[in-house]
Design a protein around this ligand. Structure first.
Ligand code: NIG
Ligand code: FE
Length: 413
């Protein structure tokens, strides 16, 4: 049966497609068709159930010759607006110096902060555009972008303003997250609580007032912010009507995921050191577990997130690139799908849901994005594959044919 409401004329119709709706698993429809009107899905079903001849039904008709359609991918965790790069640090880590040691010596996030503070809006925009375009070339139609390489008001605002400029310049949806609590800036090294005062008393109120972001994230970790500091920042975010997210249990178990769950966080991210108690807290609060296999790979981590327990307790697992210069310099969602399977033992189906419907939930946009469903935004990708499992299977091969944003073909440059 076609799941549809019948319309006389659609703007566009894609025919002879294999459709992976991401509704109830892959949600495959063979020999299917998709119609779009006003940027939304208005008909989804089998070709043979179409209520007439394709050319009588839609203004534009595209025959897909059995290619596969998936929802547009959602990269729900990135830090892609930054200056410089950290290839030197990569060399050091390969010689055995750890990520924490580099951070303690003033490298790591701090070095990117210096480079980012020194760049203009325009310079940051030009560099970030390249990264966003590269992500789009792997099927991405929505991204989340965090600030966090400014650590002062001016630069944090600059990053979020550049994020808004990216959304203006490209056919992509951008969700913005304030991550002022990414690292303690050198100006406050002796008194991190003073920086937390600044975040809570000045920065978050202004972020909310100027609508620069709709969520607040904290890096809760020994080398960043403590559990009580994280709690204070979350309470302030909620007070100002902002959603909460958390970099939790990436390098150690600090109980951040449980704390974030108690604030009904949209997501907790990383989670290599997540405890059994933490998984139960996520299951109860409905918080999404965002897994970042490219960061795990790049840091050559050994400790795996508790995938079996997350799966057993039905915690939705999303995947993201974590695109950033220090721990995950990647711009390929296809690589992320592959790594989630090879490194974290997700099934290709779990991986696909991780970059679609579960990623939408991690951003609080699952009512409008993340699956191919009537009335949702018509964001989708067309792939030259015969089964969606192939998207997680290839390592570095890109079978993307076309990307559609709100019902329109995207120029993939
Ligand atoms: O998600 N964990 C903290 N933040 C980033 C890394 C930032 C950096 O090293 O520049 C992450 O891994
Ligand atoms: Fe991150």
């Amino acid at each position: 049966m076609a799941k549809n409401m019948q319309e006389k004329f659609w703007d566009s119709l894609w025919t002879n497609a294999q459709i992976c709706t991401a509704e109830n698993g892959y949600g495959l429809i063979h020999a299917g068709a998709i119609a779009v009107k006003n940027g939304k899905f208005s008909w989804i079903g089998k070709m043979k159930e179409l209520p007439g001849n394709p050319h009588d039904l839609a203004i534009n008709v595209h025959d897909l010759c059995d290619k596969t359609i998936t929802p547009g991918f959602i990269d729900c965790h990135t830090h892609l607006i930054y200056g410089g790069n950290r290839a030197k640090e990569f060399e050091l880590r390969l010689q055995g110096v750890t990520y924490e040691e580099i951070a303690k010596q003033g490298g790591g996030i701090q070095s990117t902060v210096t480079a980012t503070r020194n760049m203009s809006h325009e310079e940051l925009l030009q560099q970030s555009l390249l990264r966003v375009k590269a992500l789009m070339q792997t099927g991405v139609t929505t991204i989340e972008i965090k600030s966090g390489y400014g650590l002062d008001w001016e630069t944090e605002a600059k990053i979020l303003q550049v994020a808004a400029m990216l959304e203006n310049d490209l056919p992509i949806t951008v969700k913005k997250t304030f991550l002022g609590a990414h690292s303690v800036p050198k100006e406050f090294k002796q008194d991190s609580d003073k920086y937390v005062d600044l975040i809570c008393e000045a920065m978050i109120p202004r972020i909310a007032k100027e609508k620069l972001a709709n969520a607040v994230d904290v890096f809760c970790e020994k080398i960043a912010f403590s559990l009580p500091q994280t709690k204070r920042i979350f309470a302030t975010a909620i007070q100002y009507g902002l959603a909460v997210k958390c970099h939790a249990e990436q390098l150690s178990d600090s109980g951040a995921a449980k704390l974030a769950a108690s604030f009904h966080a949209l997501s907790v991210d990383h989670l290599e050191y997540l405890s059994v108690e933490g998984v139960h807290a996520l299951a109860e609060s409905g918080t999404v577990a965002v897994l970042l296999p490219a960061a795990f790979y790049f840091l050559r981590e050994k400790k795996l997130p508790p995938i079996d327990l997350l799966r057993q307790l039905h915690v939705p697992m999303a995947l993201a690139s974590d695109c950033n210069p220090g721990t995950s310099p990647t711009t390929s969602m296809l690589l992320v799908l592959n790594m989630a399977c090879t490194l974290f033992s997700l099934t290709p189906e779990e991986a696909l849901l991780g970059v679609t419907i579960h990623a939408a939930k991690a951003l609080g946009i699952q009512q409008t994005h993340g699956s191919i469903s009537i009335d949702k935004t018509a964001d989708f990708a067309i792939w030259d594959v015969t089964h969606p499992a192939e998207l997680a299977y290839y390592v570095g091969y890109n079978p993307l044919c076309s990307l559609i944003k709100e019902g329109k073909f995207v120029n993939l440059f």
